[in-house]
Design a binder for this molecule. Structure first.
Ligand SMILES: Nc1ncnc2c1ncn2[C@@H]1O[C@H](COP(=O)(O)OP(=O)(O)OP(=O)(O)O)[C@@H](O)[C@H]1O
Length: 573
């Protein structure tokens, strides 16, 4: 299906708005042309009548001129009102439409896109779609209808005048837009891509400023941004100069059309076919009629950019989520034991399998640790349990139900995760906690923070729970952020707990405090713990040792420690 057709379908709910916008724009244009033509006729007729000493009724034309002027002013105002209202509604709805498609793709399918690129798609690319509506669909419809009306009007006066008028209108409203579109296609596409690349480079630069400064690479990054900026400006310059050229060409066509009309019309006045006021009217009518086609070259120039933006949006919308939710309702989970049978998985794009033939059984309320060297597949196991990815073979069951029968959202409602990297949003501590339990009363939030041993710290802050944590929680230390993650998990109160190296990188004292908090958190839950720390093994009843995706040992922690020797030592670093 062509991109234009897909956009047309997408704009379906706005067709009545488009129709209203087109009608109002048409009335405005006709009122303007009528105003000019009537004024031309009126002034000449009055002059001719004055010279000949004839009295004419000037009330009717004067009233018509006034009416046209009022209609034009009211029309312009209503046209802006209707088209802007419709555009803003359309853009708002398109953003929701795009987000709805984007969300199920996270995180698996979105890893190939830079966040700056995604931001560019959701902002600039969606904004660019309004070009099609305001600058292409409505003006083209107005231009076609008005060209027919103008042609008939000229034909009514003389066929040769109609032919000449339509020829120049077609030149400015057909040929120039086509040329414009052809010229604008490549820079328009590059503009969409370069804007996204520039945004990604700037975000990378700002986020990695410390590293860039540290390694003296800031100048190189600045050069990269500068090169992208220059490319963008070069394309914008080309588009602007083409735009200027086409505007000049439209003006030239209008003037040529006027001269041609006078050249053809003067003999018609001389032989009495036309009256001189009629010729003056037609001359101004011809000039004014070009208002109908003047916006088209620019509109078609922008079409390249609009189509490139639409293509970038559809590229995301057409992606299939890595995991499909089952068609029916999810089963009601009554117990929360975890079972893995022969689970194998490889990430797309080749490479060796991340997990091979994995078996694991954790009874409800039981605790297991997964250990292994870096890249051995521990986080992949969590990704499969959370249904971010689907195993290539084998089966995962929770509470006896295959997780393929449970919708991702329903499944994740039963799982809390505490990892070494806790994402904190740029808002208050309270809001950051409430994402786990929206609407939870302050006492519940504070109780969770007490157990997570972070309440005293928060209370000592001047603004307490209303303290702003900054982007990605920069105002909190790693240990504090992880306690907030523990408090979040407590608030979520999920029966399954996944802990991904929760004490990694903390000093001994902070680790001890956090472990006490985690101890409270684990009570009564089914726990899977990824750890590199021997201390973590004291918490669990069984250990799974992974090496390059394979199970190399599995069983009781004390037995494993003596039985496996080298792999375990390697796994524990
Ligand atoms: N999103 C991904 N896309 C492609 N390959 C991936 C992805 N995530 C992980 N891998 C690969 O899968 C393998 C297992 O990675 P995984 O992150 O599960 O290891 P890990 O044991 O958790 O390592 P670490 O202890 O360093 O966190 C690695 O070879 C890794 O390169």
């Amino acid at each position: 299906m062509s991109i234009l057709w897909r956009l047309w379908i997408l704009f379906e709910p706005y067709r009545n708005w488009m129709l209203a916008g087109t009608l109002i724009a048409l009335i405005t244009l006709l009122a303007n042309v009528a105003l000019m033509a009537l004024a031309g006729w009126f002034i000449t007729a009055m002059a001719v009548a004055g010279a000949a000493g004839i009295a004419i009724n000037y009330f009717a034309p004067a009233a018509l001129i006034r009416l046209s002027a009022i209609a034009r002013t009211a029309g312009r105002y209503s046209e802006r009102l209707v088209n802007h209202e419709a555009t803003f509604r359309l853009i708002a709805e398109l953003r929701v439409w795009f987000y709805r498609h984007l969300e199920p793709l996270a995180p698996a399918r979105l890893q190939q896109f830079h966040s700056g690129d995604l931001l560019s798609r959701i902002r600039s690319d969606i904004d660019a779609l309004d070009n099609l509506y305001v600058r292409v669909i409505v003006p083209v419809a107005v231009a076609i209808i008005s060209a027919v009306i103008f042609g008939l009007f000229l034909l009514w006066h003389h066929p040769t005048l109609a032919l000449s008028g339509l020829f120049f209108l077609l030149l400015a409203g057909g040929l120039l837009p086509l040329w414009s579109q052809w010229r604008g296609r490549a820079p328009g596409r590059r503009l969409a891509e370069d804007e996204a690349a520039l945004r990604a480079a700037v975000i990378d630069g700002v986020q990695g400023m410390a590293e860039l400064t540290l390694y003296g690479a800031d100048a190189r990054q600045a050069q990269r941004v500068d090169a992208l900026g220059r490319r963008l400006i070069a394309d914008q310059e080309r588009l602007s100069s083409d735009h200027g050229l086409t505007q000049a060409a439209v003006g030239l066509s209008a003037n040529l059309s006027l001269w041609m009309l006078l050249w053809l019309g003067i003999p018609l006045v001389q032989d009495g076919t036309l009256m001189s006021p009629q010729l003056a009217m037609l001359a101004l009518f011809t000039l004014a009629s070009f208002e109908a086609v003047a916006p088209l070259p620019h509109a078609f120039q922008l079409l390249g950019r609009t189509l490139a933006s639409a293509q970038r949006l559809f590229a995301i919308v057409d992606l299939q989520p890595a995991v499909q939710d089952p068609p029916g309702p999810s089963p009601q989970l009554e117990r929360f034991d975890i079972q893995l049978r022969g689970v194998g998985f490889s990430y797309p794009g080749g490479g060796s399998p991340a997990l091979i033939d994995l078996d694991l059984e954790v009874p409800a309320g039981g605790r297991a640790a997964v250990i292994g060297a870096t890249g051995s597949g521990k986080s992949t196991l969590f990704n499969l349990l959370l249904r971010f990815w689907e195993p290539d073979h084998g089966e995962i069951r929770i509470g006896g139900h295959p997780i393929t029968t449970i919708a991702g959202e329903d499944l994740r409602r039963h799982i809390a995760v505490v990892s070494q990297q806790t994402h904190l949003f740029d808002t208050t501590i309270r809001e950051n906690l409430l994402i786990a339990a929206p609407g939870a009363p302050s006492e519940t939030v504070e109780e969770a923070c007490r157990i997570a041993q972070i309440h005293d710290f928060i209370s000592a802050l001047p603004e307490g729970y209303d303290t702003w944590v900054g982007e990605t929680g920069v105002r909190l230390s790693g240990g504090q952020a992880r306690r907030i993650a523990v408090a979040r998990a407590l608030l979520k109160d999920a029966p399954i707990l996944l802990l991904d190296e929760p004490t990694e990188g903390l000093d001994v004292e902070t680790e001890r405090g956090l472990m006490q908090a985690l101890d409270r958190l684990m009570v009564g839950r089914t726990v899977l713990l990824i750890t590199h720390r021997p201390a973590g093994l004291d918490w669990v009843e069984q250990v799974l040792v992974l090496d390059q995706g394979r199970t190399v040992a599995q069983g009781d922690p004390t037995v494993i420690a003596t039985a496996t020797g080298a792999p375990l030592l390697r796994a524990l670093g």
